[in-house]
Design a binder for this molecule. Structure first.
Ligand SMILES: [Zn+2]
Length: 359
């Protein structure tokens, strides 16, 4: 490049910010997905355990077992490792002292999602049965910006998001539990999904639908309505883990990976989203070690340990982060705000944005 041109570009770079934000954001959460499986794939001792598996053992070995942890994690979540962790960034591998933790003291779902969406690990938010959240969340804050008005949506498998995100007050479109997508937001494909979710076995009871339904409804909603900020909450990993079904927990992770791939492929194929969208992937809490992998709670050590991954607009392809560091769940809300070009200011404290993503 000519020296003069370089000089000209340099002076421009000084005048203008390094990039314009105001992009689209997709946040996908995998409930209670441990960093251990994210970074090292299937735990061989749990995979071989009769106590925690019921599927055919030879099939399980073919699907998830390899001597090398890097091969195992790719088998478990191929899209995460072949695309997101290659073209984006992934944090939380404790082997490198790269730490991500929840800041709240409870280490279960509602307090975790509250921390993600409000940036504030509020000690008073202490139960999964907690009523409508009085804390303002980043999704409703973004929805108040003119450029994002009525362009913010949340799809969740668990029917608690209507409370966590305060459906009544927030004014954002929330579809959780077994909600049907209403006619004004529907299509022939959505109509099939609306019907299908009531005809499949409700294996987690009446409060939570299957992740395939949540993921495909969100995907169809992207095609129809082009939300600029979209949250998708998947829940199967946590459900199967609590039931002590390690093989089904792994299968849920693999299915979630496939859903994430579909969402990202839609981003790439739609000019509305392409080159203007950031995907953030994380979890609400960790889980215990060894036989305690089924559980998480403040009295289950290590279940405050989490991870996250990010890919998209203005995110450098740094891959797996191997530097020492400590990040917290309370930093996601301000990071999401930054990706939409605003600062999240509200009547409670908000964790600072994750600046290292953009360096
Ligand atoms: Zn749980």
């Amino acid at each position: 490049m000519e020296k003069k041109l370089l000089l000209l570009l340099f002076s421009f770079a000084c005048v203008f910010p390094s990039f314009s934000q105001q992009g689209n954001v997709i946040l996908i959460t995998m409930d209670g997905m441990r960093w251990q499986e994210i970074f090292t794939g299937a735990d061989t001792s749990l995979l071989n355990s009769k106590k925690f598996t019921s599927q055919d053992s030879l099939t399980l070995v073919k699907k998830y077992a390899q001597p090398d942890a890097n091969d195992r994690r790719k088998m478990l979540m191929p899209f995460l490792w072949n695309t997101i962790a290659k073209d984006g960034q992934i944090y939380g591998n404790r082997k490198y002292n790269n730490f991500v933790n929840v800041k709240n003291r409870y280490w279960f779902s509602y307090p975790g999602y509250n921390e993600i969406f409000t940036g504030y690990p509020d000690t008073l938010v202490n139960s999964n049965k907690f009523p409508a959240n009085y804390n303002e969340n980043i999704l409703e804050f973004i929805n108040k910006q003119p450029a994002y008005k009525n362009k913010v949506a949340s799809f969740g498998s668990w029917d608690a998001f209507r409370r966590i995100l305060n459906k009544e007050r927030s004014g954002i479109y929330i579809n959780d539990g077994f909600d049907d997508v209403p006619a004004d937001k529907s299509s022939p494909a959505m109509d099939v999904l609306n019907k299908a979710q009531h005809l499949l076995p409700a294996i987690y009871g009446s409060e939570e639908r299957l992740d395939a339904m949540t993921g495909l409804m969100a995907l169809e909603y992207m095609k129809l309505k082009h939300p600029k900020v979209l949250h998708i909450s998947l829940g199967e990993t946590d459900e199967f883990a609590h039931e002590g079904k390690y093989d089904y927990y792994l299968e849920a992770a693999q299915h979630n990976d496939a859903i994430i791939r579909l969402i990202w492929e839609q981003v790439q194929s739609d000019p509305f989203y392409k080159n203007n969208t950031t995907l953030l992937l994380t979890t609400d809490h960790g889980r215990g070690l060894n036989d305690l992998w089924t559980s998480h709670w403040s009295d289950v050590p290590n279940s405050n340990e989490i991870w996250f991954a990010v890919i998209g607009k203005n995110i450098a392809a740094k891959g797996e982060m191997k530097n020492e560091g400590q990040l917290y769940q309370q930093q996601f809300a301000q990071t999401i705000a930054y990706l939409t070009g605003i600062e999240f200011k509200t009547n409670h404290p908000v964790g600072e944005k994750i600046s290292i993503l953009f360096k």
